[in-house]
Design a protein around this ligand. Structure first.
Ligand code: SF4
Ligand code: SF4
Length: 396
């Protein structure tokens, strides 16, 4: 492992997120991949990924998540997992399940894959398939069975928003039926595609309160047989969290084209140069690049964060959210009630309150959702990341 005598040197990355590809058979309206992903499709080859795994491990990374897009679209996934395991990582596959056959599951198990996070869009076939613009609900049920066959601990992940939050009781029941050990109910974070579709996805306060009540009720009934994580939405909380546990502190994302990023959406920020593993070592990129140095710690802050007693705890929140909502990446995250721009978040939440309750059928006619696909990626690549208007154009 790399050692460094300087007390000021940041610690090493602990978690490597290997985004193997932006290709994905699904088209989720809340997809976390960058809206302009179609501009970054030049994927690293196997040899480059093997080098990234070795270099990040040598720095000190202990956990490796294989993600995408859909990582199962890579033919070398088994080889990469085997190498990660050999190097001593705890390995995790984040997947929609599309492409996981019984044979492939057995091969990944033999390669040493430690656990799998399977995403569902909803507990109903109609909404699952509507949100992903695919017919994948039945397939996901089969994949859940394959995961249990291989004896993996199963994490089921469901992104929660206005269109499925009222199904939370059935979602939890479905996860329990599938034998999931963990259920992550992740309230939508409004970046990337979710930001384009924010007006349709933002739930009301009443929906959230009810969802938390139902979740607590299930926790009591399950009595620890399945752990449920309800990830609270920062738009409604008025407080912010450390984004990715602190910029350049814990998480290293390597995008499909080799860009090294502190978080998977950081490339949207203006004026930042991020290193690429095709041109630099992981060590050099992590410790010495402007992209990773810029927002480390608290030295970059301006008011109100600079003199705030919470600055070490939350590090001023999310830089991408600050940029999207204020066009100033050094501003306090507007989800914080102390931010002078908090009104941007409050007005979105208030608008969600006043909006009519869309039915699943009426909503798309009211304002079309923007699906994550290549054509939309190219169309929206240069648009400011703000919710789309009803006529399909970007907001001012
Ligand atoms: S969120 Fe949906 S579209 Fe985006 S990578 Fe995951 S499965 Fe694919
Ligand atoms: S003002 Fe800044 S440091 Fe203080 S709580 Fe808000 S985001 Fe955190």
């Amino acid at each position: 492992m790399s050692s460094d005598p300087s007390p000021d040197r940041p610690g090493p990355p602990l978690w490597l997120l290997a985004e193997l590809t932006y290709r994905c058979p699904l088209h989720c309206v809340f997809c976390y991949n960058p809206v302009d992903y179609a501009r970054h499709e030049d994927e690293l080859g196997t040899a480059d990924w093997l080098r990234v795994l070795r270099e990040a491990r040598a720095l000190g990374a202990v956990q490796c998540g294989f993600s995408g897009g859909e990582p199962l679209l890579r033919d070398d996934l088994e080889e990469l997992v085997a190498e990660a395991r050999r190097l001593g990582y705890y390995t995790n596959l984040l997947t929609s399940g599309v492409g996981l056959t019984r044979e492939r599951a057995a091969a990944l198990k033999a390669a040493g894959l430690d656990h799998v996070q399977l995403s569902f869009q909803d507990s109903t076939r109609e909404m699952n398939d509507f949100l992903s613009h695919t017919r994948t609900f039945d397939l996901k049920q089969r994949v859940a069975g394959l995961l249990k066959e291989q004896g993996w601990p199963m994490v089921m992940n469901v992104v929660i928003h206005r269109l499925n939050i009222d199904h939370i009781d059935r979602i939890i029941a479905m996860a329990a039926d599938c034998g999931a050990e963990y259920l992550e109910l992740a309230n939508t974070q409004y970046y990337s595609w979710a930001m384009l579709n924010r007006d349709q996805l933002l739930p009301t306060r009443a929906q959230l309160v009810e969802a938390e009540r139902v979740t607590d009720d299930w926790r009591r009934r399950l009595d620890g047989r399945m752990r449920i994580f309800f990830v609270a939405p920062d738009y409604h909380e008025g407080t912010v969290k450390r984004c990715v546990n602190g910029w350049g502190s814990t998480m290293l994302t390597v995008a499909p084209d080799g860009a090294m990023l502190p978080c998977h959406t950081a490339r949207m920020l203006p004026g930042l140069q991020f290193p690429n593993v095709r041109e630099t070592s992981v060590e050099q990129g992590w410790y010495a690049s402007d992209g990773f140095q810029r927002y480390r710690g608290t030295g970059w802050m301006k008011e109100p964060c600079r003199s705030c007693e919470h600055k070490e705890r939350d590090l001023g929140g999310c830089r991408c959210q600050a940029w999207m909502l204020t066009q100033d990446a050094e501003a306090a995250d507007p989800a914080c009630t102390r931010s002078p721009h908090h009104g941007a978040v409050r007005s979105a939440v208030d608008a969600a309150e006043s909006r009519i309750q869309f039915t699943e059928r009426a909503m798309p006619r009211e304002r079309p959702l923007i699906y994550r696909d290549r054509a939309n990626s190219l169309r929206w690549a240069d648009a400011p990341l703000q919710p789309a208007r009803a006529d399909g154009s970007a907001a001012d």
